[in-house]
Write a protein that binds this ligand. Structure first.
Ligand code: UDP
Ligand code: MG
Length: 148
C-alpha cells in the first residue's frame, strides 16, 4: 500500500481546519499511520522545501510555514499520493475545484492550508524527514469494506 505525507499548514491549524482535513482523509477510506502537531523550525522547513529554494517566494514560504505549528501526517492506501493531491486541489486555490480542500477553504497560494506529496519518491523522502522514528502499522477493521 502506498503512503503519502500530508501536512496541515500553520493557517490551517490557526483557522481550526485540522478536524475537517483529517475527516476527509478518514472518510475517503485512507488509514492514518502517523500524526503529530509540531513546530520544527527554519532548517527543517528549508529541507522540506529544498526543491523550491531558488524560487522568489521561498523566503516568504519559509516564514509562513514557520509562523506556527503544523500537523504532520502519513496516510496510507491505494494510490494515496495521487488521490491525496486530488483531494487537496491545485496549488493555486483559484484553480482548485470546489469540493477540494483548497477549493473550499482558502483563497491565496501563500495561504493554501495544506501540503501533500507530489510523487511516490517525494513521499518517501518527506516521511523520512518528518517521521525519522517511523510510522505505526496497524490493520483497520474496515479494510475489507473499503477494498474489494
Ligand atoms: N507557493 C507560493 N507561491 C507560488 C507557488 C507556491 O507561495 O507561486 C507556495 C504554496 O504555499 C505552495 C508551496 O509554495 O503550496 C509549495 O509549492 P509547490 O509548487 O510545491 O505546490 P504544492 O505541491 O504545495 O501544490
Ligand atoms: Mg509541492
Amino acid at each position: 500500500m502506498e503512503q503519502t505525507y500530508i501536512m496541515i499548514k500553520p493557517d490551517g491549524v490557526q483557522r481550526g481546519l485540522v478536524g475537517e482535513i483529517i475527516k476527509r482523509f478518514e472518510q475517503k477510506g485512507y488509514k492514518l499511520v502517523a500524526m503529530k502537531l509540531t513546530s520544527p523550525g527554519e532548517e527543517h522547513m528549508k529541507k522540506h522545501y529544498a526543491d523550491l529554494s531558488s524560487k522568489g517566494f521561498f523566503a516568504g514560504l519559509i516564514a509562513y510555514m514557520t509562523s506556527g505549528p503544523v500537523v504532520a501526517m502519513v496516510w496510507e492506501g491505494k494510490n494515496a499520493v495521487a488521490e491525496g493531491r486530488k483531494m487537496l486541489g491545485a496549488t493555486m486555490p483559484s484553480e482548485s475545484a470546489m469540493g477540494t480542500i483548497r477549493g473550499d477553504y482558502c483563497i491565496e497560494v501563500g495561504r493554501n492550508i495544506c501540503h501533500g506529496s507530489d510523487a511516490v519518491e517525494s513521499a518517501k523522502k518527506e516521511i523520512a524527514l518528518w517521521f525519522p522514528e517511523g510510522v505505526t502499522s496497524w490493520s483497520s477493521c474496515e479494510s475489507s469494506w473499503v477494498y474489494e
